[in-house]
Design a protein around this ligand. Structure first.
Ligand code: KIV
Ligand code: ZN
Length: 388
């Protein structure tokens, strides 16, 4: 079975930038977009051009700069939005307009005070209008996660007939279970007329911590684009994390799916986005968190020192992390202490290690972590006591 490519649609600069306090200026956005392009992202959602003059400028400048990826601008199903997005994207080598409308009953009733028929009409009108400006039009059915499948299939059929090239099925509220989201994609593949002509996209939010699992369920059922952000940032609890889907597909070759992303960039890009946005990465964040390759319990440290594979499924170098960290705490054993001491130039006999280890435990009990300076002190003390 040959391996198929899943396109990576990065929305760090649009959905990600919606996070309160994470506003970026144009030069920061250009810096991040250049990196996304370099690392192999297929589509960069650069912003929502009608939302502000700053966003319009950023989408324009990114369109001029990006060499490989398609550049995308978001719109509502509103003619003016589409015209402004087309204007901002006019320099892009590969422009894409991302237009759409809410399709769940609560969006139809409360946001639009409309009917299902009315929503289909607006979807057709928006896609057809966007098509006048660009060839590549992605249609989103907002809140598709909570939209009745039969109606969703009707909207999608209409959007394809109007010229959509990509169908985005967002789980806007992060509500779906992975099996439910996967079945939704399967249902659309089986019930939407013309579906073979377009790419299905997963856009999953993380309100219940299932954004990545849902995106994987989506591509396992035939979707071929994932919308994601660096560090999983985005509205409320965030979006699917780019680094997670990239590494899941690499670590599970039996899925026969791959991306065009070079994973060597993952850690550095995570740091860049965190720094530019002033938004810390949680230490236990998968792949890029400070503890993702750190080992602190004695049993784990002993295993990793003997062979990394005992407790690591990813070689840290693959994602651009220099090396695994052996963190010395009161839970560490002799093996970890000897390993770290040796790296610092202290070769200890078994007897010496026993005695130094006792001293180490006194330090470890009063500190959260024993650092290199503490080890120098411990060695100095042991020397004075003639233990080494
Ligand atoms: O979550 C969502 O539904 C969105 C759309 C605008 C694509 O971000
Ligand atoms: Zn979203």
């Amino acid at each position: 079975m040959s391996t198929e490519k899943v396109e990576i649609f990065d929305t760090t600069l649009r959905d990600g930038e919606q996070v309160p306090g994470c506003k970026l200026n144009t030069s920061q956005k250009l810096k991040i977009a250049a990196r996304l392009d370099e690392m192999g992202v297929d589509v960069i959602e650069a912003g929502f051009p009608i939302s502000s003059p700053g966003d319009f400028k950023s989408v324009t400048e990114i369109s001029k700069m990006v060499k490989n990826a398609a550049v995308c601008g978001l719109t509502r199903a509103v003619k003016k939005d589409i015209e402004v997005a087309a204007e901002a994207l006019k320099y892009a080598r590969k422009p894409r307009i991302h237009t759409g409308i809410g399709t769940s009953d609560s969006h139809i009733k409360y946001k639009f005070n409309s009917t299902r028929e009315g929503i289909i009409d607006r979807a057709i009108e928006a896609v057809s209008y966007a098509k006048k400006f660009v060839e590549d039009v992605e249609f989103y059915a907002e809140d598709a996660g909570r939209t009745d499948n039969e109606f969703l299939a009707k909207v999608c059929t209409a959007a394809i007939k109007a010229g959509a090239t990509v169908l985005n099925i967002p789980d806007t509220t992060g509500y779906c279970l992975p099996e439910e989201y996967g079945n939704k994609i399967k249902y659309l593949k089986e019930n939407v007329t013309g579906i073979h002509k377009v790419r299905i996209s997963c856009h999953c939010h993380n309100d219940l911590g299932m954004a990545t699992a849902n995106a994987i369920a989506g591509i396992s059922n035939g979707a071929r684009q994932i919308e994601c952000t660096i560090n999983g940032i985005g509205e409320r609890a965030g979006n699917t994390a780019l680094e997670e889907v990239v590494m899941i597909l690499r670590q599970h070759p039996t899925l026969n799916l791959t991306t065009g992303i070079d994973p060597k960039f993952l850690y550095d890009t995570s740091t860049m986005v965190s720094r530019e946005m002033g938004m810390l990465v949680q230490p236990n964040k998968a792949i890029v968190g400070a503890n993702a390759f750190a080992h602190s319990s004695g049993i784990h440290q002993d295993g990793v020192i003997k062979n990394r594979e005992t407790y690591e499924i990813i070689d840290p170098a693959d994602v651009g992390v220099t090396e695994s960290a052996i963190v010395l705490t009161a839970r560490s054993g002799r093996a970890a202490l000897a390993y770290r001491a040796k790296k610092m130039g202290y070769e200890l006999t078994k007897l010496q290690l026993d005695s130094v280890y006792n001293e180490f435990l006194h330090y470890a009990d009063v500190r959260k972590e024993v650092v290199d300076n503490d080890i120098h002190e411990i060695m100095e003390l042991s020397r004075k006591n003639r233990a080494i």
